[in-house]
Design a protein around this ligand. Sequence first.
Ligand SMILES: *Cc1c(COP(=O)(O)O)cnc(C)c1O
Length: 364
Amino acid sequence: MSAPLVFEHRANPAPLPAEERARVLAAPGFGRHFTDHMVRATWTAEDGWHDARVEAYGPLQLDPSAAVLHYAQEVFEGLKAYRWEDGSVWSFRPRANAARLARSARRLALPELSEADFLASLHALVEADAAWVPSGGETSLYLRPFMFASEAFLGVRAAARVDYLVIASPAGSYFTGGLKPVSIWLSRDHARAAPGGLGAAKTGGNYAASLLPQQQAAEHGCEQVCFLDAAERTWVEELGGMNVYFVHADGTLVTPALTGTILEGVTRDAILQLAGEVGLRPVERRVSVQEWKDGAASGEITEVFACGTAAVVTPIGRLVDGEEEVVPRGGAEAGEVTERIRAALLDVQHGRAQDRHGWMHRLL
Ligand SMILES: *Cc1c(COP(=O)(O)O)cnc(C)c1O
């Protein structure tokens, strides 16, 4: 074990003036505005992790031969900091993100960052940019930790120099004016991840693979794309960046079992644990597209939703498979169970409900 990292604070000499920050926080959108600081640490094969600091947010200087630009050796995370009514600031299950970052890093032959160092990096950034954590409604500060191969070398091997950063972006309510169900395009021509590949790692390459199908979804009037397993093209895996759940009339809450090609969402896992509290029996198993279609037609599947940190819980109103449209018998409106699960999660995250699982971690 190496010594824990201490993030040296190098204050931004020119932070955004308070009035301008207030303007940003009033309507932040998603992923467009960034705080005054960022966290950075460097790893070398020789010295391990070092040079940990919080410094002014700004462009990176990268050698054009930096390995990440050529071979995509990078991993990332996404989680939020929530300001509670009493002013305190909390994050949701950050240890699960630390563990997933370590698993992703291992798969991409990147160095691991310890849980303690990961948590310390979040604390350091949120402390420096405390004024950027919005309050009220469903607002939050989205935290984006990431790690990439920064070694200047075109040879194909794991990089001997890696950088870890955390940036932060204020986020407004994802849905304004009520939950809006999304339409999903079923990708028949492309797969997101194959057995033995990178599907279980949170890495940019999986997103790159999803962008063309995502464009095709948009061409068919859909907001999101749903991927099937690459081997049999039969089993529902997930969306480009969200896991999926099926609410059944018999009171079960079904989500595709983790196969190695599905990303293990922290939200997905929390919903498995929450299900019992809202009167549902959680089940992880394979789900075929045919079951989705048949279940929607017969009324056995009453609601379908997607979940992930950014949008929390998003109702799926329609599945479009070529010329065919699949809508639950109850219609394409947000379902009652979906709303209940979404509210249960948000209430814990925003400190309005008791945290029975010890999920919340205080940052400030
Ligand atoms: C991040 C991600 C999710 C959702 O994970 P959460 O931890 O719940 O945010 C689902 N699928 C993919 C492909 C992802 O990258």
